[in-house]
Design a protein around this ligand. Structure first.
Ligand code: HEC
Ligand code: HEC
Length: 347
């Protein structure tokens, strides 16, 4: 395989069509274009009513105890589905331990979070609403809040017509998952995988060749160019405690198995060019530097400046088109809506 890849790299530099076809064939084994329809998810039939409800919930800060934080506060769809902060700022101005990943295409990740501790989006969305977490709420208070607003009660009834109690924490999670499943962003790379030769620049194609040849694709593969599989951050060389703080042992916290210490999910790389800063610690702001760190830490390789630029050009071809999202008008609160809890920043 490696020999063939090398051959294809040479053919590519010569700019032959055969090289382009071979590269597409090799890429076809490793990656996949985004689906053209909304992907199906486990135990949750996606319907237009669920999507609309989920969109309202996504933008609703009243799901947080303080009334300040919505999903959109940290996963801002106007800025790549993340918050562009080193690590997130949540309830009571607390600084979270990890960088916020994008929600874009997250439905296609094998599991959610840097350590994969939530098996799907339904499981994931409940986490920020637990006491002390980003939105620091309780399931009871969330359900009371939703039940206090007749429009929400009506919308849950339409979205979950077969349920005796449509307004529930579980159904809230399902509606949010349905909305998130629509956040799919087809990129130039998809157009190219689907046969459009012009969709990638020569530099991006050369970057893709390096990405495959040097072994980046052995971890970052599949439809999200990552998002599945767990590997040590620092497989070959430790990237240092600034990038890999000693107290976050990654997947170890999920499995309690020593062998999983400092293992993290291979990051999904779609839209990576618009989701700086990088790594779970959020310490690297420049994509080129992140690529160089990866080459050293994961592969023990040093890239030339030109090689890193080419890989960056390939990664830029993963920046996709946002689906149009019209900001919803939310149900208005009533006299029985729980009041926001007053919280002060920690001194
Ligand atoms: C205060 C900021 C904040 C808020 C509010 C927040 N998140 Fe997150 N989100 C994060 C952080 C930080 C992580 C990564 C945590 C980790 O890996 O341990 C994350 C992870 C995720 C992931 C996993 C993505 C992946 O690639 O693994 C999804 C999906 C997600 N959040 C959706 C939501 C939804 C939906 C809401 C609203 C219910 C929400 N988040 C509220 C900060 C936030
Ligand atoms: C052995 C598996 C492995 C290899 C090989 C690998 N990576 Fe990674 N990559 C990871 C893991 C795991 C992470 C998450 C690191 C963390 O915990 O922050 C990651 C993170 C990244 C990030 C940061 C993404 C973000 O959203 O913060 C980029 C960019 C990246 N890799 C690019 C590359 C490139 C380019 C190559 C080849 C030079 C490469 N990777 C090789 C496993 C790998």
């Amino acid at each position: 395989m490696r020999g063939r890849m090398l051959g294809l790299a040479l053919a590519l530099t010569a700019g032959t069509t055969a090289g382009a076809d071979e590269l597409r064939e090799a890429a076809g084994y490793l990656f996949a274009p985004l689906p053209s329809t909304i992907p199906a998810v486990r135990d949750n039939r996606i319907t237009p009513a669920k999507i609309e409800l989920g969109k309202a919930l996504f933008f609703d800060p009243r799901l947080s105890a303080s009334g300040v934080f919505s999903c959109s506060s940290c996963h801002n769809l106007a800025t790549g589905g993340d918050d562009n902060l080193e690590t997130s700022i949540g309830h009571g101005w607390q600084k979270g331990p990890r960088n916020t990943p994008t929600v874009l295409n997250a439905v296609l990740n094998e599991a959610q979070f840097w350590d994969g501790r939530a098996e799907d989006l339904k499981a994931q969305v409940k986490v920020p609403m637990t006491p002390g977490a980003q939105m620091s709420n309780t399931p009871e208070n969330v359900v009371n809040t939703l039940n206090s607003m007749p429009r929400y009660v009506e919308w849950f009834g339409v979205a979950f017509p077969d349920d005796a109690e449509p307004v529930s924490f579980n159904n809230m999670a399902k509606a949010l998952e349905a909305f998130e499943a629509t956040l799919i962003t087809p990129a130039p790379f998809d157009a190219w995988l689907n046969g459009d030769d012009e969709a990638l620049s020569d530099e991006a194609k050369a970057g893709l060749t390096l990405f495959i040849e040097r072994g980046c694709a052995s971890c970052h593969r599949g439809v999200n160019v990552g998002g599945h599989g767990y590997y040590p951050f620092g497989l070959v060389e430790n990237p240092g405690t600034e990038l890999l703080p000693a107290d976050d042992k990654g997947r170890f916290a999920v499995t309690s198995t020593e062998i999983d210490e400092y293992f993290f999910r291979a990051a999904p790389l779609r839209n990576v060019a618009v989701t700086a800063p990088y790594f779970h610690s959020g310490k690297v702001w420049d994509l080129k530097v992140a690529v160089e760190v990866m080459a050293g830490a994961q592969l023990g390789e040093e890239l030339t400046g030109d090689e890193a630029d080419r890989i960056v050009a390939f990664l830029q071809s993963l920046t996709g088109a946002m689906p149009p999202v019209i900001i919803p008008v939310l149900p208005s609160e009533t006299s029985s809506t729980p009041r926001p809890a007053t919280v002060r920043p920690a001194e």
